[in-house]
Design a protein around this ligand. Structure first.
Ligand SMILES: [Fe+2]
Ligand SMILES: [Fe+2]
Length: 136
């Protein structure tokens, strides 16, 4: 079973963004736990719906901050966000169609890897810029 542990390596040092990330990690862990407990499709759909909307909310929030800070890699960063939204929406659509009553191990692995990797690598890259501007 997957579980993302919230630790220093995921913290980027911008409080409002760290808060969002923490919530995302919690939601993902909730999804992992539900899959492990073999919860039904309705339950999984509900969690994935929440994950999709929270992910969209977070990306908008983060992109707004980055635009204001004039982050030079904003367009590339936005493209990565869009890619993840597409992937998560694909999972959402599959669940809605009832095609999969259970999320595959590959799907969970993908989400686990994507989220931690994006935060630890891509989001960490803009951390110095925001901290320099004292963005909270
Ligand atoms: Fe982020
Ligand atoms: Fe990001």
């Amino acid at each position: 079973m997957y579980n993302i542990e919230w630790n220093d390596s995921i913290i980027i040092g911008v409080p409002s963004i760290d808060e969002d990330h923490k919530k995302l990690v919690e939601m993902l862990n909730e999804l992992f736990a539900a899959c492990f407990a073999a919860q039904g499709p309705a339950m999984l759909s509900k969690i994935v719906d929440e994950l999709v909307s929270y992910t969209k909310y977070h990306f908008e929030h983060e992109e707004g901050i980055l635009a204001e800070a004039r982050y030079d890699k904003l367009e590339e960063h936005k493209a990565q966000h869009l890619e993840l939204v597409k992937q998560v929406e694909k999972i959402q659509a599959n669940l809605q169609q009832g095609a999969t009553h259970k999320l595959s191990n590959d799907t969970l692995k993908f989400l686990n890897h994507w989220l931690t990797n994006h935060i630890q690598v891509e989001d960490k890259e803009f951390s110095p810029l925001l901290r320099q501007q004292n963005v909270k």
